[in-house]
Design a protein. Sequence first.
Length: 217
Amino acid sequence: METVACPECDLLQNLPELSPGGKARCARCGCTVAIRTADPIDRPLALTLTALIVLIVANTAPLMGLSVAGRHASTTIIGGAYEMWVQGQEVTAVIVAFCAVIAPAGYLLFMLTVLLAVKRSPAPPWVGEMLRWADLMQVWSMVEVMLLGILVALIKIAELATVAPGIGIYAVGALVLLFPAIMATFDPRAVWNLVEWTNDKGTPQVTSIVSDAEPTP
């Protein structure tokens, strides 16, 4: 059995073997301490590969096309960040590039590395470090904020010019759906259980009974 700490009351307890779709609750406060997804590796792997391809499309295809007085122009996410830099808005350009391009790409690459590494048994110890970096990149991946900003800009520009949504904006919309899907289907606990640890010393003392497990509806 695995020993876990409740995220609410910090009670240490043994985690029972959960069936696919099952969850375990804390014996003291009733908080959910673990959920086992039906397919914790293959499904998020497929979604991560899909999201990586869509991210490439989102950063290379035009977000929108503008037509004013017979002149046409289009831009991409990277192109927009570059124009901000050229116009003297360096800080804004760096933030946009990091949160809209670098962080999402880093999250997907780290997740892809983790999921491919745990496909072989036993998983190497460095998978844990990759998983920590994936969590860090996920916090800064703000694709949904970028999409909201694009939609606001479209509404304002539509009064002054003819706006034609490009393939890039549809790809960004797809990413807004793919990122939550990856997080919902991925089970970090399943990855940690597959990691081959070189030092198993220091097992914490258990102070409670096994929490109850129940299937999710």
